[in-house]
Design a protein around this ligand. Structure first.
Ligand code: 3PY
Length: 252
């Protein structure tokens, strides 16, 4: 399977995404109709397990959005299992330096380039039906690494330069915390860091991504040159929708 999301971010075409933590194929089915370019199935902060991301990807088949699976950690076993489910794009949290970024890439690539374990029949190769899957898989896998600490920010040039890193995602909440402003991405120092980060990615020739539920911030990040921007999440959409409806009628 080709990976149009990987191609789009490589060419600098903006890709608008959505975060999903609601762990259910019906949710994925509802969201896929909205037309987003990518949807994160979050195993780091969501409660998704491997079966959840498997069935949600099945539900997303035929939609526009690239499933982007975030493992809880930069871990070879998680990544191997995620890639076997057919996910072609992964978002790997808490990458602090080039060595960690290179390890992340290696977990996602078959030998000789990497260390990904090899199965012969799995959902990723349609249970053995895609005969040429293995030699072509490395090309289609898209590895996004998260820069979200002070140390990572200091090392962003080296992280972005790692071969096989296809995009750098700034985690605004963790980054703000790492800079001493707990869960406050709007703090001026954090905003300056977010702006600086996209410039460093541009200099390295790598697309940058970010998440915000604030529409004005999303537009600002796109203006600054962020390529893949998640503009909200399913938990927030549901909570806000429920609160708005309750607020409208319960006070009557
Ligand atoms: C962050 O904001 O720190 C993220 O990783 C996105 O959830």
């Amino acid at each position: 399977r080709t990976n149009p999301f990987k191609q789009a971010i490589r060419e600098g075409r903006p890709q608008i995404g959505l975060w999903s933590q609601l762990m259910h194929p019906l949710v994925a089915d509802i969201l896929k109709e909205a037309g987003f370019d990518w949807i994160v199935l979050d195993m780091e902060h969501g409660q998704n397990e491997i079966q959840d991301v498997l069935v949600q990807q099945m539900a997303m088949t035929g939609g526009t959005a690239e499933p982007v699976v975030r493992p809880p950690w930069n871990d070879m076993v998680y990544l191997k299992r995620i890639l076997d489910t057919g996910a072609q794009t992964v978002l790997i949290p808490m990458i602090d330096d080039a060595e960690q970024a290179a390890r992340a890439v290696s977990y996602c690539q078959y030998p000789p380039q990497g260390l990904r374990g090899v199965a012969s029949g799995m959902r990723a190769n349609r249970f053995g039906r895609i005969k040429g899957y293995h030699p072509l898989a490395n090309e289609q896998i898209c590895v996004l690494v998260q820069v979200e600490s002070r140390k990572a920010l200091e090392n962003i040039d080296a992280i972005a330069a790692v071969a096989g890193v296809d995009g750098v995602f700034i985690g605004p909440t963790d980054l703000s915390t790492g800079l001493g402003h707990l869960a406050d991405p709007n703090h001026p120092e954090v905003q300056a860091a977010i702006r600086h980060a996209v410039e460093r990615c541009k200099a390295a020739g790598k697309p940058a991504g970010i998440l915000t539920a604030d529409n004005a911030a999303a537009e600002r990040y796109l203006d600054w040159g962020y390529t893949f921007v998640a503009v909200g999440g399913d938990t927030g959409i549901l909570a806000n929708g429920a609160d708005a409806l309750a607020g409208k009628f319960l006070k009557l």
